[in-house]
Design a protein around this ligand. Sequence first.
Ligand SMILES: Nc1ncnc2c1ncn2[C@@H]1O[C@H](COP(=O)(O)OP(=O)(O)O)[C@@H](O)[C@H]1O
Ligand SMILES: [Mg+2]
Length: 257
Amino acid sequence: MAVETSPQRDTATSGSDLLELRGIRRTFGSTVALNDVSLVVRAGTIHTVLGENGSGKSTLVKILSGVLEPNSGTVAVAGKMLTRGTPRKARTLGIATVFQEVLVAPNRSVVENVMLGQDSWHSWRVRGQARDDLAISALTELSSHRFDPRAEVGDLTLVQQHQVTIARALVLKPDVLVLDESTAALDIEERDRLFVAVRRRVEEGMAVVFISHRMDEVLSLSDDVTVLRSGSRIETLRKDELSERRLLSLLNSEVVA
Ligand SMILES: Nc1ncnc2c1ncn2[C@@H]1O[C@H](COP(=O)(O)OP(=O)(O)O)[C@@H](O)[C@H]1O
Ligand SMILES: [Mg+2]
């Protein structure tokens, strides 16, 4: 039997192509949510996907997380294809996602919720105190709140629940971390903590797909920015090409560049 849940994966060289989406199309009835979208995310970089509401960002996130299937097109990590994707397969390829909606099990504890994404490999090996420590140390990176490992997540604030979902992705030690509007609910201090936690891992080679509406953080954080409009990729800019003016014109201009 293949050891599909081993967290040991080949570490990609920083800057090399890691996540590749090719020709992704996805429709919902007559709505074309994504139309022939291709993009490449390099190891050790933060790739922002920027677009108005309804431009297809969350659909893209769900496809590369194995939650939704594309009608056509491919997703690959380090050359390995996510075919007939499931969330479990996406995790096996090294993708961890923090979805826009806060997904927690309200009646279960903080630690159980942080460890929810773990496949059996970890549940077997990381037990008891070590399990608590792993979960709480991820949360401590994200928040000054002292989380009680046994507290029921339903009793936490919405922001704290959100941090539980971010911690859940971090403890997976992903090669590709996907953050869909994860800063929207956070205040400045918590957001900065998240950025420190993310940057630390990016320096170690992790790639990030970052979805945000906030121009300031997009400009300060991104290595690459792909602009989506009505499900189509309009342009991908590198860091040295980024400016607020340029991004706004790509987001809003009537003429497709
Ligand atoms: N499950 C769904 N059923 C029907 N339409 C959907 C579904 N998910 C997304 N859409 C539609 O697809 C388009 C893109 O949505 P979405 O990916 O959520 O955009 P964004 O995250 O950029 O706001 C929108 O028109 C949205 O209404
Ligand atoms: Mg969305």
